[in-house]
Write a protein that binds this ligand. Structure first.
Ligand SMILES: [Zn+2]
Length: 64
């Protein structure tokens, strides 16, 4: 796991920031590989694409 804002490896004791979990801010780095992702902010959310792991979007992390 990598921090989606810094791209640094995440230790078990240092979880991903709550803002990312809640989908309030788009991640800038892939959590799975730490690559910088292409990020697009849209009026209704955001998406971010990792060249290896594909696309994430805000609908995946929004609270239901
Ligand atoms: Zn990735």
């Amino acid at each position: 796991m990598f921090n989606p804002f810094t791209g640094r490896p995440v230790d078990e004791g240092a979880p991903v920031p709550a803002a990312a979990r809640l989908g309030l801010e788009p991640p800038r780095f892939c959590e799975q590989c730490g690559r910088r992702m292409i990020v697009q902010i849209a009026p209704d959310g955001w998406w971010a694409r990792c060249s290896r792991h594909g696309m994430l979007d805000s609908s995946l992390t929004e609270r239901r």
